[in-house]
Design a binder for this molecule. Structure first.
Ligand code: MLT
Length: 422
């Protein structure tokens, strides 16, 4: 809205890379379409069920709430009040993470290799701050759109073609034929984004597959940016929870993890990034440089960490009570995933994921493309899903259903999908 106010011409330069971005980040784009639907069909909109964005629905665990209440009370007393905390996160949380997520699994990660943050989305994008220009960047297709868009924003790509593929990125197709884990590229790349359990396909990577990637990264002196935001949903005991379960990964991988999906923190905001001290990059003049001090410097300069009550809440997820509540949340969402998968299978659709991840990746019925399926589900079933093509051209012909919902809503979604008579 500009109204009667006047615009004047300004000489300050903008970041033109933003103009290369396609239609908009997928979820805002879905939001716009859903808003148009709710405005044009207000009655149908009252029945709308959202299985699009993977946003949690169940209340915060009691252990978290109690810890946050206590932390607030501490802040209310002069003796226990705290101001700025350490930019890297409080020691109590870094230690709880390193012990519970790594050392208890015999993975040697030190407390100070953990950097607490307000989200893995932010961290995967922000990490580009400490990486130079000119890297050859490999991303899977389909992919979580943030990896692509943040590379576009920082100037690591050229323009997008008519399929939305950006010049300068190496796309690694993930298809049903390779179980949605990409083949190792023939060419040299410097940075590889991997996300397992995968968003959007729900696929899990085996130990052998991750070992092959680590071997590639070491042989090609590349870095793996490993997004493990969904590791808590792994049910198969053979599937690795961390890239660092692969020997040598600490020399070639950064790992991103989040409390959003396991602890229900999508609104609370807390995550962490692991930067091993032995992980090196290269300077413009060809010298080896550790990434840990660079990320530390970046965090100290641009971030003041997450609030004290939130960090106490995150710490509480590792208490006995917290762990039991997280297990219940995971069981709830994965129970939803099973219902949704079974409903799609009964409809004769091809179904992937939903076993080690809270996403179900479904082949569209014959003759309907991804956005066609989105529109059909929105208009005829009043259910929001995510069109597979929004995650990349290899996602065309698929749609994603998020299992993050109440049980009642999921049961209703199953009924409405079956009533579509596809
Ligand atoms: C998704 O739906 O893909 C995720 O919720 C997005 C996110 O975690 O940022």
């Amino acid at each position: 809205w500009v109204g009667s106010r006047q615009r004047i011409s300004i000489m300050a330069r903008i970041n033109d890379n933003y103009l290369k971005l396609k239609a908009g980040y997928l979820f805002p784009e879905i939001g716009r379409r859903v808003t148009a639907f709710t405005e044009s069909q207000p009655d149908a909109a009252k029945k709308l069920i959202r299985c699009g964005i993977g946003d949690v629905t169940e209340p915060l665990p009691r252990a978290v709430r109690n810890a946050m209440h206590d932390a607030i009370d501490e802040l209310g007393e002069r003796e226990t009040f705290r101001g700025y905390g350490p930019e890297q996160g409080y020691d109590f949380l870094r230690k709880a993470i390193a012990e519970n997520c790594y050392r208890h699994r015999d993975i040697a990660i030190a407390d100070d290799e953990i950097f607490v943050s307000d989200g893995s989305k932010c961290d995967t994008g922000n990490f580009l701050d400490i990486l130079g220009p000119g890297n050859r960047i490999a991303i899977t297709d389909p992919v979580y759109p943030v990896y692509v868009d943040t590379n576009v924003m920082i100037g690591n790509t050229g323009e997008a073609d008519e399929n939305g593929a950006y010049e300068g990125l190496v796309y690694l197709p993930c298809t049903a034929d390779n179980n949605f884990v990409p083949a190792i590229p023939e060419e040299d790349v410097d940075l590889i984004y991997l996300c397992y359990p995968n968003n959007p396909t729900g696929a899990a990577a085996t130990r052998e597959q991750l070992a092959a990637w680590v071997e590639y990264a070491k042989a090609h002196q590349a870095i793996i940016l490993y997004d493990a935001a969904y590791e808590a949903f792994i049910s198969d005991p053979e599937v690795p929870h961390s890239i660092y379960e692969i020997p040598g990964a600490e020399t070639c991988a950064v790992e991103f993890r989040s409390f959003s999906k396991n602890g229900g923190f999508t609104g609370v905001r807390c995550a962490f990034t692991v930067v091993p001290k032995v992980l090196m990059g290269m300077t413009a003049s060809g010298e080896s440089q550790a990434l840990h001090p660079l990320w530390n410097r970046r965090m100290c300069t641009k971030f003041n960490s997450v609030s004290y009550p939130v960090q106490r809440g995150a710490e509480a997820l590792f208490s006995d009570e917290g762990k039991a509540e997280v297990a219940e949340l995971i069981a709830h969402y994965m129970g939803n995933a099973k219902l949704l998968s079974d409903a799609c299978l009964e409809m004769g659709l091809s179904v992937f994921g939903g076993v080690n991840a809270p996403y179900i990746w479904v082949g569209c019925p014959q003759g309907i493309d991804s956005w066609g399926m989105f529109d059909k589900m929105l208009n005829e079933a009043n259910v929001v899903i995510t069109p597979g093509s929004g995650f990349g051209s290899a996602g065309e012909g698929y749609f994603r259903i998020s299992a993050f919902n109440s049980r009642a809503n999921v049961e209703e979604v199953c009924k409405r999908m079956q009533a579509l008579g596809l």
